[in-house]
Every structure is written in C-alpha cells, then in structure tokens.
Design a protein around this ligand. Structure first.
Ligand SMILES: [Fe+2]
Ligand SMILES: [Fe+2]
Length: 193
C-alpha cells in the first residue's frame, strides 16, 4: 500500500488507545505542519504556478483538518497542548544531502512531503480499522482518503519538476531509508512515533 516498504505494527494502536489526548494533540500539529509546508513551497517557488495553485488549496484543506482535530480535542474537554517533537520527520529529512540546485531542493522537499503523507495515510487507515472508538474510527477513515490524494499529488509534482528517472530512483531510496527508520518506531502514542 502506498509504496511503503514496512507496514506499521498494528500493536501501535493499542498504545495510542491508552492516550487519546496525546495522539490528538500530535495529530493537530501534523495538520498544521502540513499547511506550513504547503505555504513554504509557495514562498520558495512562486514561479511554479500550478504548484502555487495546488498548495494554496492544500494549505486551506490542511488547516480545515487542523480545525477538525482541534474540535475533537475541545469536545472531549481538553485544551490543545504544545507541539510534540516529531522524531520521525527530523530523521527522515536527514536523508538527502543539503545543498544542490534550487530544482534539486524542490524535488527533495516534494519527496519528503509525499512520504510523510503516505505514512500518515497508512497510520490513519490503521487507526480507522483498529481503534476502539467509533467516532475516531470514522474520522480517520475520512482523513485517510484526503492524505492518499496528497501523497499522489506531491509525487506527481516531483516527477514534473525533476528528471523523472532520477526522481523515481530517489523515491525508491527514500522508501528504503524510511523502512529502516520504521523498524524502531510504532512504540509511541504520536502519529509518526
Ligand atoms: Fe491533512
Ligand atoms: Fe495531507
């Protein structure tokens, strides 16, 4: 599914279930960061009109998701906490060497975004299937579909703005690297933990 090389251990859901406040808090910031990534692509590559158009829509959609998660937090009588550190994303973004041309930088940014969307989609699917909370199960099923579309959109742009063959090669390498990272994850009640 989604090209991912290593599925999440379903027992991760058992950890999440014990701390719904924590997963919702972390999830809220995942959505906010997805919107921030879309905005940073607009700022960094304003001449790519098609990208700017789609990132504008995406920023709005991701903030819509943020709002939905925030409402779930409020509905349960909690207040949004501080941002949680996302070790997964920090480690993932060490993969491509720094520097290179502007185009290379764009391709790397798009590939990272595609992978984060794909993994998030996989986590949402797992939650929708396994979580013992009907409201959240339905919620994650609906979000899963959006994130799958985001994953394909980012990959499409990477292939459009980079050399297709090179992009496909980098994508496979990134997937392998991510699978290695995942071996040590799936143990915390965060979206990518
Ligand atoms: Fe989202
Ligand atoms: Fe997304």
């Amino acid at each position: 599914m989604l090209g991912l090389k290593l599925p999440t251990d379903p027992r991760w859901v058992n950890i999440v279930e014990k701390n719904i406040e924590e997963i919702l808090t972390d999830h809220a910031y995942c959505e906010q960061k997805a919107a921030s990534t879309a905005i940073s692509l607009i700022i960094g590559f304003p001449e790519k009109s098609e990208l700017v158009k789609e990132m504008t829509a995406l920023a709005r959609e991701e903030m819509g998701h943020f709002n939905m998660v925030h409402d779930k937090i409020l509905k349960r009588g909690w207040v949004l906490g501080r941002e949680r550190k996302d070790e997964y994303v920090i480690e993932l973004m060490k993969f491509f060497p720094k520097g290179g041309s502007r185009q290379t930088h764009l391709v790397h940014k798009l590939l990272y975004a595609a992978l984060i969307e794909a993994r998030s989609c996989e986590r949402f699917r797992l939650l929708s299937e396994e979580i013992n909370d009907e409201e959240l199960s339905e919620f994650y099923r609906s979000l899963m579909v959006s994130e799958a579309n985001h994953y394909t959109m980012f990959l499409k742009f990477a292939r459009k703005y980079g050399d297709k063959e090179e992009v496909d090669k980098k994508w496979l390498q990134l997937l392998e690297y991510e699978a290695e990272l995942m071996k040590n994850l799936g143990k915390k009640e965060t979206m990518h933990g």
